[in-house]
Design a protein around this ligand. Structure first.
Ligand code: FAD
Length: 405
């Protein structure tokens, strides 16, 4: 897919990850015959967050009731299973357990149960130590939650299928097409990019880790800024995969948007351990050593970074420890799967989370969408945005219908 970018179109969607493709697909389904073009910087689609994640279809347990995450995850998970079934894409409702290992976690587990129930998570129930061991024979905990509706899917294949739907409906996709400038030119938005210029009546920006830069270029407030958090994974050696049947998660700290080191069966049969959550030196820090001056400067020059660090420096040190010492990383997972040892794992891939950080130092938890002249911006779409992609696409398209009328 490397079509030349159109010189004119009704709506340009910037970013060919799972969200940009879902939004473009939804827009053309609502307005058949309109010209919708996706402009993607990389040569392939879905190479950033879409292709580097845990692959979990979240059921909606964690999110604050009433939040966009809660609404769009519960609906999105249902639609994601249906879509995968319809398209023959690998997915599995394998269920997950969230395990409390000591009494200090029980209050947080209560809160998760309350949130999940309020969000309408299908089949969510409290389980005791025996039931944890029945579901996951190698896991140990004093109390837990079972979410039978949580599962796994091949998100890169989903993104490719969205792209197929879009093209079939008459949309176009230009890859290797980095948008470098945005300006309003009379009755159109002028997008300058590596193929030249596209004049679009309107645009939707779904640029993941680069969302803030494009939003600011289009005239938006610089708050929030994207700060990249690297999430590295280990994987179990094939002869140790039996330690995990499906998905085992710890009880997370509800004041952080990360879920803690978990054990996840991947759709390809691997079992992943991770991810870490370490502030990174580049928005594409798939290698730990990758540092980009502009990305570092953007992170360090943002007042929110220093406010966040002053609050979370202890967590930062733990994450640094996980990233530097495999034994510490494995110990985090061995809290709830005690048989797990350092020799059971080998290195796997890393992803980079596009995490919005507010000026006041808060890690923005909910999905954030905003407007500029003729454009909509997805400013914060961390996990569970892959799960929620079809529901987010509907939400963004509703907004687009109102804003672009
Ligand atoms: C470690 C990790 C684990 C996760 N686990 C899960 C999970 O289990 N379940 C779940 O639901 N979600 C999970 N997520 C979140 C999920 O992966 C993301 O929310 C989702 O992929 C976001 O999709 P996106 O299209 O917004 O971003 P991306 O996939 O990052 O796509 C953005 C695209 O925009 C393009 N772009 C950027 N700038 C430009 C430009 N100037 N011009 C043109 N194109 C541009 C990029 O090249 C990229 O392709 C996880 C994320 C990470 C990092």
């Amino acid at each position: 897919m490397s079509e030349q970018a159109a010189e004119r179109c009704d709506i340009a969607v910037v970013g060919g990850g799972i969200l940009g493709l879902a939004v473009a697909r939804e827009l053309i389904a609502r307005r058949p015959g309109s010209s919708i073009c996706v402009l993607e910087r990389e040569q392939e689609l879905g190479t950033h967050q879409t292709g580097h994640n845990s692959g979990v279809i979240h059921a909606g347990v964690y999110y604050v009731p009433g939040s966009l995450k809660a609404q769009l995850c519960v609906a999105g998970a249902r639609e994601m299973y249906e879509y995968c079934d319809r398209k023959g894409i690998a997915s599995e409702r394998c269920g997950k357990v969230i395990v409390a290992t000591d009494r200090s976690e029980l209050e947080r587990l209560d809160e998760l149960e309350r949130r999940g129930t309020a969000n309408g998570v299908p089949g969510l129930r409290r389980i005791d130590a025996d039931e944890i061991a029945e579901l996951e024979p190698h896991a140990r905990g004093i109390d837990g939650l079972h979410s039978p509706g949580t599962g796994i899917a091949d998100f890169p294949a989903v993104a490719r299928a969205y792209a197929g739907d879009l093209v079939e409906a008459g949309g176009s996709i230009a890859t290797g097409c980095e948008v470098r400038g945005v300006s309003v030119n009379g009755r159109a938005l002028r997008l300058a990019h590596s193929h030249g210029v596209t004049e679009a009546a309107n645009a939707v920006f779904c640029a993941g880790a680069w969302a803030d830069r494009l939003a600011v270029a289009a005239g938006a407030d610089p708050d929030p800024r994207i700060v990249p958090f690297r999430g590295a994974y280990l994987r179990l050696r094939p002869d140790r995969r039996h330690l995990v049947r499906s998905l085992i998660y710890p009880v997370p700290d509800p004041s952080l948007p990360f879920l803690g080191v978990h054990l996840t069966k991947h759709i390809d049969g691997e079992v992943l351990v991770g991810p870490t959550a370490l502030m990174a030196g580049a928005r594409d820090a798939y290698r730990l050593g990758r540092v980009r001056g502009r990305d570092v400067l953007d992170t360090l020059a943002w007042p929110g970074t220093w406010r966040m660090l002053s609050r979370w420096w202890r967590t930062g040190i733990t994450e640094l420890n996980h990233a530097a010492l495999r034994s510490a990383f494995v110990r985090a997972a061995a809290r709830y799967v005690p048989e797990l040892e350092k020799s059971d794992v080998e290195p796997s891939f890393a992803g980079v989370r596009a995490q919005a950080l507010a000026r006041d130092g808060k890690l923005v938890d909910d999905f954030v969408f905003s407007h500029t002249d003729r454009a909509l911006h997805v400013r914060n779409a961390p996990s569970p945005a892959a799960t929620s992609s079809l529901a987010i696409a509907r939400h963004v398209s509703d907004e687009a219908e109102r804003a672009f009328a």
